[in-house]
Design a protein around this ligand. Structure first.
Ligand code: AHR
Length: 512
């Protein structure tokens, strides 16, 4: 049966909100081969490097671009002691890596992380240890990174080779505190958050603090956010004590798209493809619910942003016993692009998002093997969306065909097959439009209408599809799945676009 067309109307003159570049952020953890091997090989490695950082990884992340990078975890963060990772590298002691069954040489510490961020053009986002740490340790870390006074910690930073402050703006106060972060109750975490945040912020507002929120599932109580915000609210009701700035700037949530689809060498079925693709729509509901609670407790004028600081696909190969390295196909590109469209649409609430995890592990963008590096379809999907950063998301209306999808828990629902978002550049001269066709086998024609006073003068289309949804890029075949580019044949305010099966498309439209 032929699939109906989709229709997409976009109002070029009705901007809704600015898309934070940080929505296109990333997350690295001391897990598997993400940091060690994927990013850090050390200055003496045979693998080409710049002061210990892999040259090819630096180049790939610079090219994306990478606006913000979260580190050191994840679960790892709540058992990480930053002072183990500073000073002469050869003198750093080895410590346990509790969650990921490993040891850590501490070669990659604060200086290496912030330096790596600078080299790829990313803002550093550090997650402080609440689980086994103290407010002293966390506030000392902020001081070590950012202060300019003549304290012993600033002197220590200088002795370790860095005179100027690092000016790290984003700080997480723990990670998944409802589980690996310490098995707190929301009320206990609210108390810990207040205490840590008071001393991390001190009397300034020049850092942004991210509190740990949670979503139902994965050991998190269903009402974590509500109970946390209600408890915090009791202590945060204005007027705040005069010396204390607002403690929480963002609330984090994590969303993994879980599917344990069998051994690593086994392909997913069509039903599993649709189950995963449908589950990636869940993030829309996650953001809606979280924004309602934040609106209630914190208000919408001086709003607290939502930070989705871990998200992505998690398959059985991504579990620790299987080595964390999972397949990355057009299924992953479709899920990533769907999620990025959702984030763009919620640009008024989502202040940051960090896909998990940048190199080698989980839904990574880059894979490495010894001195070889290749890019995953997820990397290419991100690149197709890069033009949205700092643009204004536009008002639109989408009519899309649906497909009945049966999921083990949700039952049978109509899944919209096309997902979109559109934005306008700050100077109003360019539109960026991204579209996903989630059908595994069929193309969908989409009729696009650009409304408003501007005339479409030219356009360029980039598409990522690949002939086989199950194919992957690899060291031997790094360009098996690559985007194609072409100009829009008949630029006009109304045109039809063929969206190939399981594809991601990006249009750059020049307005006159
Ligand atoms: O990304 C792997 C783990 O998943 C992180 O350490 C943790 O925060 C999440 O549960």
């Amino acid at each position: 049966m032929a699939i109906e067309n989709a229709h997409w109307d976009v109002w070029a003159d009705i901007p809704r909100a600015t898309i934070s570049p940080n929505i296109y952020g990333h997350f690295i953890e001391h897990l598997g081969r993400c940091v060690y091997e994927g990013i850090w090989v050390g200055p003496d490695s045979k693998i080409p490097n710049e002061d210990g950082f892999r040259l090819d990884t630096l180049g790939a992340l610079r090219d994306l671009p990478t606006p913000v990078l979260r580190w050191p975890g994840g679960c790892f963060a709540d058992d990480y002691h930053w002072e183990d990772g500073i000073g002469p590298r050869e003198q750093r002691k080895r410590s346990r890596n509790l969650w990921w069954f490993d040891e850590d040489s501490n070669e990659f510490g604060t200086h290496e992380f912030v330096e790596f961020c600078r080299r790829i053009g990313a803002e550093p986002y550090i997650c402080a240890n609440v689980g086994t740490g103290t407010p002293t340790e966390a506030s000392n870390w902020v001081e070590y990174c950012n202060a300019t006074r003549n304290t012993h910690l600033v002197q220590l930073r200088r002795d370790n080779g860095r005179d100027e402050p690092y000016d790290v703006r984003y700080w997480g106060v723990g990670n998944e505190s409802w589980a690996c972060g310490g098995n707190f109750s929301p009320e206990e975490y609210a108390g810990a958050f207040r205490q840590f945040a008071t001393f991390m912020k001190g009397r300034t507002d020049d850092i942004d603090l991210v509190a740990v929120g949670g979503l139902p599932g994965n050991a998190c109580p269903d009402d974590w956010n509500q109970r946390f915000l209600a408890t915090l609210d009791a202590y945060q009701k204005p007027p705040l004590p005069a010396l204390v700035p607002r403690l929480m700037d963002h609330l984090s949530i994590h969303r993994y798209f879980y599917k344990f689809v069998g051994p690593a060498d086994e392909d997913f079925t069509d039903a599993e493809y649709y189950d995963l693709v449908a589950s990636s729509l869940q993030v829309d509901e996650d953001i809606r619910k979280t924004s309602e609670l934040l609106g209630y407790y914190a208000g919408v004028d001086d709003r607290i942003g939502i930070v989705v600081d871990e998200w992505g696909a998690l398959y059985d190969q991504g579990l620790r016993d299987a080595g964390w390295t999972q397949r990355n196909t057009m299924l992953d590109a479709v899920m990533a692009a769907t999620t990025l469209n959702v984030f763009n649409r919620w640009a008024d609430w989502v202040t940051m998002a960090n896909i998990s995890q940048t190199v080698n592990e989980l839904q990574c963008l880059i894979k490495t093997d010894e001195d070889r590096l290749w890019l995953t379809p997820t990397y290419h999907a991100f690149k197709l969306f890069a033009g949205h950063m700092d643009n204004q998301v536009l008002h639109d209306e989408l009519t899309t065909p649906e497909l009945e999808v049966t999921q083990p828990e949700a039952g049978t629902t109509g899944m919209p097959l096309v997902s979109t978002s559109a934005s306008r550049s700050p100077d109003g001269r360019e539109l960026v439009m991204t579209l996903v066709n989630r059908h595994i086998r069929d193309s969908i024609e989409t009729v696009v209408r650009i409304k408003g006073d501007s005339r479409v003068e030219a356009g360029r289309l980039e598409q990522l599809a690949g002939d086989d949804v199950r194919a992957q890029n690899s060291a031997d075949e790094p360009e098996r799945i690559m985007p194609t580019h072409r100009p829009l044949e008949t630029p006009a305010n109304e045109f039809a676009l063929e969206l190939p099966p399981h594809s991601v498309s990006s249009l750059r439209i020049v307005l006159g």
